[in-house]
Design a protein around this ligand. Structure first.
Ligand code: M6R
Length: 364
């Protein structure tokens, strides 16, 4: 049942801290605090390339994973939605790894992509929430997300569980390839282990998130912006808003705004940004400033170190707890999901069962 929550989505949003903790527990040895993967039928150190594929939110998790895999493991990564991957006929490297991500393990497009990657000689690793699913049976190795059943059609906790697994995988591959040393691994593992308690703190931000939601609920179109690993956070925020509030939202890499979408900006198009402090912060801030100068109403998710700078331009700030830059996209994803939920409440939509959508899409 809903355990006293108004919607499954609300209940599942509140399960983020638990689910992240449980999923990490599977992958991090408590004694050594190092990432451990199940035994693999291939050698992680010699994989030439990874092809990540999935649909919807699971694909956005994969995009965040790509930033981690490239930066921390220095491995080439190709990522595409499952319904496109096969038809692109990408040249596959011999002995490469096909990395599938799916909550249900039954999504027809992802399953078809799995089969075509296997036919192309790739090892198949799947990050799945349903261990007895079709994709689980057809994979060489499954990494489990311990999210429990997800009832709401819009994915929430499964997404952060997927991110938790991807972060650990990037660390494991980085170590296998000799690019992550012990100190860096300890630092990243600590950042991950800090997440559940930081995620609990998000639930104290309800008033700020509701204030931002009130602005969005009045809009017909919303722009979501982010840079680097926060660009997929923007994609996830926009998808969630569309799914449950039926408000049109589009996500752009913050630097792309001036190449077109800025023409849309006026006071009727709110701009939501995921912009934690860090190397990309100042660039994002100046992109946002351009939007503000054109009358855009900015709703900015940042952290304590970014609050002063963003406070000068944003109409609404949501100040998330300070976390390591590596794990910030996980925390920000939860925040944009919470925002979509608050907007849907204001709109009075059927949050758990949005029109036209099914929980598991089993046709290609
Ligand atoms: O079960 P899967 O993870 O394979 O599902 C993939 C997508 O259909 C799913 O993430 C969909 O985009 C959700 N409705 C997002 O909230």
């Amino acid at each position: 049942g809903k355990d006293g929550y108004r919607h499954y989505m609300d209940k599942e949003l509140h399960e983020h801290p638990l689910v992240i903790g449980q999923t990490l527990q599977r992958m991090i040895d408590p004694a050594t605090r190092r990432v451990v993967l199940p035994e693999l039928p291939f050698d992680l150190a010699t994989i030439p390339r990874i092809t990540v594929t999935a649909c919807g939110s699971a694909f956005y998790a994969g995009l965040i994973g790509r930033y981690w895999l490239e930066a921390e493991a220095r491995i080439p990564v190709d990522a595409d939605v499952a319904s496109e991957l096969r038809y692109r006929e990408p040249p596959l490297s011999k002995g490469g790894l096909g990395l599938m991500i799916s909550q249900s393990g039954e999504t027809a497009d992802t399953l078809a992509a799995l089969r075509s990657l296997r036919a192309g000689g790739q090892h198949v690793m799947s990050i799945l929430n349903v261990p007895e699913s079709t994709m689980a049976r057809e994979s060489d190795i499954v990494l489990d997300t311990i999210a429990g059943p997800e009832i709401c059609v819009a994915s929430t906790k499964a997404f952060t569980a997927q991110l938790s697994v991807l972060a650990c995988l990037a660390i494991a591959i980085g170590r296998a390839r000799g690019v992550i040393g012990e100190a860096r691994e300890m630092e990243l593992v600590q950042a991950l282990l800090d997440l559940p308690s930081r995620a609990v703190e998000l639930f104290g931000l309800g008033d700020d998130i509701r204030a931002a939601a009130a602005i969005i609920a009045e809009a017909r179109d919303v722009l979501y912006l982010g840079r680097g690993s926060h660009f997929p956070v923007a994609l996830e925020g926009a998808l969630k808003l569309k799914e449950i509030s039926y408000i049109h939202a589009e996500a752009y890499a913050a630097g792309e705004m001036k190449h077109g979408p800025i023409a849309l900006i006026d006071k009727s198009v709110p701009v939501v940004a995921s912009a934690p402090s860090g190397p990309l912060f100042e660039k994002t801030a100046s992109n946002l400033q351009e939007a503000q100068a054109r009358g855009g109403r900015l709703l900015v998710f940042t952290d304590p170190a970014g609050a002063a700078r963003m406070g000068k331009i944003a109409e609404r700030l949501v100040v998330l707890p300070e976390v390591h830059g590596f794990t910030a996209p996980i925390l920000h994803s939860i925040a944009v999901q919470m925002l979509a939920y608050e907007v849907a409440l204001l709109k009075g939509t059927d949050v758990d069962q949005p029109r036209n959508l099914a929980k598991s899409v089993t046709v290609e």
